[in-house]
Design a binder for this molecule. Structure first.
Ligand code: ASP
Length: 587
């Protein structure tokens, strides 16, 4: 080894030890007679000391030639520091240098290698290998490592076996576009990269593996957002001979284990809510339950008083923003404009101020008397308290749209009121999702989770008469308003699977061509089975208290799906295209 210790290791108890350290030069402070070098590696920072009359003048010359990020080896004696640095674990000691070798020079990095950096996103991604030297990013990857280790520990302890499934497969519909790979040996044919190992894990259950998991890369060609990457990692799991309850218990166990082992937090038992309740109470299938502000429906109270906007609405629904009655007209106008942006698309926002003196003032006073508004307050008070000083914010319209808009407003108000602390964790199981949703544009039914999800047995009779009302044996785990995992109990019977494909608009031939292998397998003794997959990057970012998953991935893509460091995707040569039987571009 080129070193005896790391830069994070030495303490007062090591005084008088001779040590050799290797690392990168963080800073050089030259006071003439005394010179300090801060040497950094993955483990920390240690201060090197050179002193006139004590240190060989040649070493001073070497030290004065050092630039930021030079790679240095230094040997010396550990001594107690005169002025200690309580902010550094190694801050009680320094190294009185006796020899020093520059292992490699470095160009000046394009941004500061420090927790607080001056580099913008693009620059940091282009030089990601330098960005990864920063403690802030490194700590995220260390957290990710611990999450993976603890996941494996828990799963292994529960008799799950980790099995690798192929990456060059055939498309599995999970609702996104596939990335495809041309096959040279089979001209004109393509592999698809897995959106998830869904069909393989089900086949492993047919094989009798009973409990499978895999920390696995998945690929989806979707438009990117802050929390999405074209390739991402899942903790993918499947179990045989189980019902929904068994899956919920097993994987609530995993999440609680991770919180305990990685964050030292005892997560409360994960509460449960049906999809229907989540939509009614929060207008979202992934409600942020760190705070209340639940929806209050006012339709019956608000209609029939001459206000045509409410009279023509399917739903009038509001939230109570505690302590916000002081909002000025300007603030309310700004909030209304925010809600009217095309991304949200509300027509308007009605408010009722519950003033400190108990009086009520609404933006629709013309239509509603004080006693009308009192009835609203009473309705609001049915759940959480609604008190003087509060502000009621109300939207209306088609029920689905109004709920969606109010969900956005609720989250925004939660943020403004500081109720969404990233270091507070509130988890939730959302259950009983609809099996199907109707695609207006395509004029057909789509599987809400995926086509392998089973309907609740008691709802099977509705499959023909009222497909939209059929509930699925499907569940999501939501933490702080983020869907961190989702899964279902699967269909394991050929006839039901074939019926499902037919409801989804597949012809018998198409279903056979695409999923014949799975339906065939179901005829060779398929056990009842079900599973779940957690978004691993997302789970890591949540544990790290961050919004974006990017900083928890060593080499992520940017918002256009590009890796700007290796410059990918990129064109390939005409020779490669010809070899792949892909028509070359004509110029
Ligand atoms: N394959 C599903 C997904 O990726 C998860 C599951 O049903 O287990 O969302």
């Amino acid at each position: 080894m080129l070193r005896t210790h790391t830069c994070g290791q030495l303490r007062l108890t090591d005084v008088n030890t001779t040590t050799t350290l290797c690392g990168w030069v963080q800073t050089v402070r030259d006071k003439g007679g005394v010179l300090w070098v801060d040497l950094r590696d993955r483990y920390g920072i240690t201060q090197l000391l050179l002193e006139d009359g004590q240190t060989d003048p040649e070493l001073f010359a070497i030290a004065r030639s050092l630039g930021r990020e030079f790679v240095l080896q230094a040997t010396g004696t550990v001594i107690e520091r005169k002025s200690r640095n309580p902010n550094l674990p190694t801050g009680d000691v320094e190294i009185k240098v006796t020899s020093m070798t520059i292992l490699n020079a470095a160009k000046t990095p394009p941004f500061l290698i420090d927790d607080e950096t001056d580099g913008g996103d693009d620059l940091r991604l282009k030089y990601r290998y330098l960005d990864l030297r920063r403690g802030a990013v490194r700590r995220n990857l260390e957290l990710r490592h611990r999450m993976a280790q603890q996941t494996r520990l828990y799963m292994d302890g529960q008799d799950f076996i980790e099995v690798e499934t192929p990456v060059l497969i055939k498309s599995t519909p999970e609702g996104a576009r596939d990335f495809v790979v041309p096959s040279r040996m089979n001209p004109g044919e393509f592999y698809a990269l897995p959106q998830s190992p869904q069909t393989f894990k089900q086949l492993l259950m047919v094989s009798g593996f009973d409990r499978y998991y895999q920390i696995v890369k998945c690929f989806r060609d979707e438009d990117l957002r802050a929390d999405r990457q074209p390739e991402f990692t899942q903790i993918d799991c499947e179990m045989s001979f189980v019902e929904q309850e068994d899956i919920l218990t097993m994987f609530e166990g995993l999440v609680r284990h991770l919180f305990r082992a990685v964050k030292g937090i005892d997560l409360a038992e994960v509460p449960r809510m049906t999809y229907a309740d989540a939509m009614r109470r929060y207008g979202s299938d992934k409600p942020d339950t760190r705070f209340g502000m639940e929806f209050v429906e006012l339709t019956d109270l608000a209609q029939g008083k001459g206000f045509s906007v409410f009279d023509s609405a399917q739903l009038v629904v509001g939230i109570n923003a505690p302590g916000c009655a002081h909002y000025t007209r300007k603030q309310l106008d700004e909030l209304t404009e925010w809600l009217k942006r095309p991304q949200i698309g509300a027509k308007g926002l009605i408010y009722v101020r519950y003033n400190e003196d108990g009086s009520l003032k609404s933006s629709v006073d013309k239509f509603y008397s004080e006693s009308d508004l009192k009835a609203w307050v009473e309705r609001f008070s049915n759940g959480e308290p609604c008190k003087p000083g509060d502000l009621m914010l109300i939207v209306s319209g088609e029920a689905g749209k109004a709920r969606k808009q109010l969900n956005e407003l609720r989250l925004e108000m939660g943020s403004r009121l500081g109720l969404r602390n990233p270091n507070t964790f509130s988890s939730l199981w959302v259950l009983d999702f609809p099996l199907l949703e109707f695609g207006e544009a395509e004029n057909r039914w789509f599987a809400m989770h995926h086509p392998f999800t089973s309907p609740k047995p008691e709802d099977i009779p509705l499959l023909d008469s009222d497909p939209g009302a059929v509930r699925a044996n499907a569940y999501d785990m939501v933490i702080n308003g983020t869907e961190v995992g989702g899964g279902s109990i699967r269909i394991f019977n050929r006839a039901l699977q074939a019926r499902m494909f037919s409801i989804l608009g597949f012809s018998e031939e198409d279903a056979k061509a695409q999923f014949g292998f799975l339906m065939d397998a179901f005829e060779y003794g398929a056990p009842p089975h079900g599973g779940i997959a957690f978004g691993f990057d997302r789970l890591c970012s949540l544990f790290g208290g961050a919004d974006s998953i990017r900083d928890f991935i060593a080499f992520p893509k940017n918002n256009s799906g590009r890796d700007v460091m290796i410059d990918s995707p990129s064109a390939i040569s005409d020779a490669q295209l010809t070899e792949l039987s892909i028509a070359t571009t004509v110029s």
